[in-house]
Design a protein around this ligand. Structure first.
Ligand SMILES: Cc1cc2nc3c(=O)[nH]c(=O)nc-3n(C[C@H](O)[C@H](O)[C@H](O)COP(=O)(O)OP(=O)(O)OC[C@H]3O[C@@H](n4cnc5c(N)ncnc54)[C@H](O)[C@@H]3O)c2cc1C
Length: 360
């Protein structure tokens, strides 16, 4: 059986790894690089690790696993009748096709957009690093985890870091939690401009509704756009992402989607953790085992040296369980939590919430 995977990100590579014995696996990837870690890009930009450490698997590793890696090959169309993937490097026949094309960074839509960089790929990171080393300072737009990771690491490395976010709170969390995270990052040296809307950019800085913020290097890190175009072009149903059910099936027979390109129940995963979890579930399904994917939001981050775990549903009625753990309730039951600092505790809590165990 031929399994063709489009995309060599964490979703694609995890699936290939798990099924390399059962299937003849081919990965089609438009970049010209083996798999690299996106979560480590801000560490690389900060100078905390050399570029080669971003690559967990060598080209030899793919070969030894029997995985055919077609690099520099862009998937253009799924020819569903002929069961062939049409790529820029030729046609690849499949029995099972998995779309794991991920997402791209959302572009700012303000005048002077050409003066703002985005961060998603290694080549984006190389460019930001080169500019940062010249300028010594950076303005980051966004209040999500990518913006905070980048801000934390660069401040820790000693750069001048400004973070501009249009909302009052970070990560979509409540005032108290957001305040604690802001405090930790301020301690690392990040300068915050919250409730500040960017109106335009030029070579020297950023125009906002609260005045002009000087700084030549500006990076936008506020959201993602799922890469659904391959599916749409091939007549596969899509909303914001490629629509899948809890077996990660798309609307086309023997075509599945996982990771940042997939939309399940109106939700796009948006993290490497989710992409890998979906790959593991799909590997079981394709190996003929009983499995389905139950969405459960859970993400663990480090902003400078401050650990933050966001688990389950983090809206609504809430209380502090202890000074670093805030739990959220739905109908009298704990439905989510945010843990600050102690990530071991966060893992225990994640398990308990997932399994519906009592929490004290
Ligand atoms: C700076 C940064 C920091 C992050 N930090 C974290 C973190 O701390 N924790 C966490 O869990 N997540 C983090 N993430 C998010 C995480 O990296 C993504 O959620 C994850 O990479 C998604 O995996 P994926 O396999 O779905 O897609 P991707 O990693 O986006 O991979 C998709 C691949 O498909 C390829 N592709 C796209 N279209 C085609 C085509 N038509 N033909 C061929 N190839 C194609 C792309 O080139 C890409 O290599 C971070 C992301 C960034 C950018």
């Amino acid at each position: 059986m031929r399994l063709v995977i489009v995309g060599n990100g964490p979703g694609g590579v995890e699936l290939a790894k798990d099924l390399s014995e059962e299937f003849e696996v081919t990965i089609v990837e438009k970049e010209n690089l083996p798999h690299y870690s996106k979560p480590m890009l801000s560490h690389y930009i900060a100078g905390f690790l050399p570029e080669e450490r971003l690559f967990p698997y060598s080209l030899d590793w793919y070969e030894k696993k029997g995985i055919t890696l077609l690099l520099g090959a862009e998937a253009k169309l799924v020819d569903r009748l002929r069961r062939v993937l049409v790529t820029s490097a030729g046609e690849v026949p499949y029995d099972v096709l998995v779309i794991a094309t991920g997402a791209r960074a959302r572009e700012p839509s303000i005048p002077g957009r050409e003066h703002i960089l985005t961060l998603r790929t290694l080549s984006d990171a190389r460019l930001i690093k080169e500019r940062l080393e010249k300028e010594g300072e950076i303005t980051i737009l966004g209040g999500g985890f990518i913006a905070l990771e980048l801000a934390g690491n660069l401040a820790k490395a000693g750069y001048t870091v400004r973070l501009v976010h249009r909302r009052k709170t970070l990560l979509g969390l409540d005032d108290e939690l957001s305040g604690r995270i802001k405090e930790a990052l301020e301690g690392a040296g990040v300068e915050f401009h919250l409730e500040t809307n960017a109106l335009g950019a030029d070579g020297e800085g950023l125009k906002t509704d609260r005045g002009y913020i000087k700084g030549r290097l500006k990076v936008c890190a506020f959201g993602i756009v799922p890469n659904k175009e391959l599916a749409v072009r091939s007549g596969i149903h899509a909303g914001r992402g490629i629509l899948v059910d809890d077996h990660l099936r798309t609307s086309a027979r023997d075509v599945y989607a996982i990771g940042d390109c997939a939309e399940l129940g109106g939700v796009i995963g948006g993290t490497a953790k989710t992409a890998v979890e979906q790959a593991k579930v799909l590997a079981r399904i394709l190996a003929g085992k009983e499995a389905n994917y139950v969405p459960f939001r859970s993400a663990f981050f480090k902003f400078a040296d401050f650990g933050v775990a966001i688990i389950g549903r983090t809206k609504g009625q809430a209380q502090w369980l202890d000074e670093d753990t805030r739990v959220f309730y739905d109908g009298g039951k704990v439905s989510g939590a945010v843990v600050l600092g102690d990530m071991k505790k966060a893992f225990r809590l994640e398990k308990a919430i997932k399994e519906g165990l009592p929490i004290d």
